[in-house]
Design a protein around this ligand. Sequence first.
Ligand code: SF4
Length: 345
Amino acid sequence: MQKHLPNITEPIMKWFEMNKRELPWRNDREPYHVWISEIMLQQTRIEAVKKYYVHFMQALPDIKSLSVVPEDQLLKLWEGLGYYSRARNLKKAAEMIMFQYNGEFPHSYEQLLTLPGIGEYTAGAIASICFNEKVTAVDGNVLRVTARILGSKKNVLLTETKKEAVQLLLEKMPPQSGTFNEALMELGELICLPNGIPLCGNCPLKENCIACKEHLTSEIPVREKKLKRRKEQKSVFLIVSHNKMAIEKRPSKGLLSGMYQLPNIEGFHTENELYHILKDWNVTPEEIAFIKETKHIFTHIDWYMKGYRVTVNQQYDRFLWVSPEELSEQYALPTAFQLFLNDSQ
Ligand code: SF4
């Protein structure tokens, strides 16, 4: 990201003053109200949350009533919102507030973070909106707005990108920190919409926004999920008969498709098990000798491999038999298998 945000403070504060929606939890700045609404909004659209919120407040109007509510009643009030652990955490946090803070909502961001179910975003929202603490409340909406203003193609799912956004926003934060945070969230929800369709023409920041000026709104924000790595174990056979070795063609689809490979099987096995596996292939080993254990890394799969040199006295039809020269000149053998060739003599 670039070093500083342009002047966004005044335009966005004015815009929010004129355009903010009337919402039941915005009638005051009670931390109990902001807290419950923020937790409900984590999983549901604003329109749907409104009726849950009103119903919840009628049944449990304050921290004390929440701290003693029977679990069945609490879960009934939460019914339809899903993620029931969030409701249970609300009650646990209310109990903590009653016993550790004498029923008074903790004021600071750091204290709020110690309550069950309250993470950085919710703590930031409560601390800034209710207590004017100079902290950010950065959710997906705010990250999107920030990345677009900066024209940044950094992955917004990375912690370091979020940390940078927090620093840059703090530089622009006016004394009314809560209103500034709310304005950014509101802009993200009403104007700077996701999926490449922001309403830039109505945006108070359009003069200062790089993504808008350079037509990059469909590319920003960049959200790249980390690929989950898969781990696989393999036993690999370097089967040799005189001066030839056995290879076979890999399937025409999938990883390393159409290339050649040393025969192999999933998993690690004892030599006795390997002997019987080879027998099942109608291959009679004269000798099985461990070569080495190694690892090969693909984009999202790690192969952990143990290699074995298997000496046989005939060239079985199920394999293709090649000399080292033929192999290097005519057949594509992936690096993962070549790792066993040099150490096998
Ligand atoms: S000008 Fe467009 S892209 Fe930039 S912040 Fe506003 S709505 Fe988002």
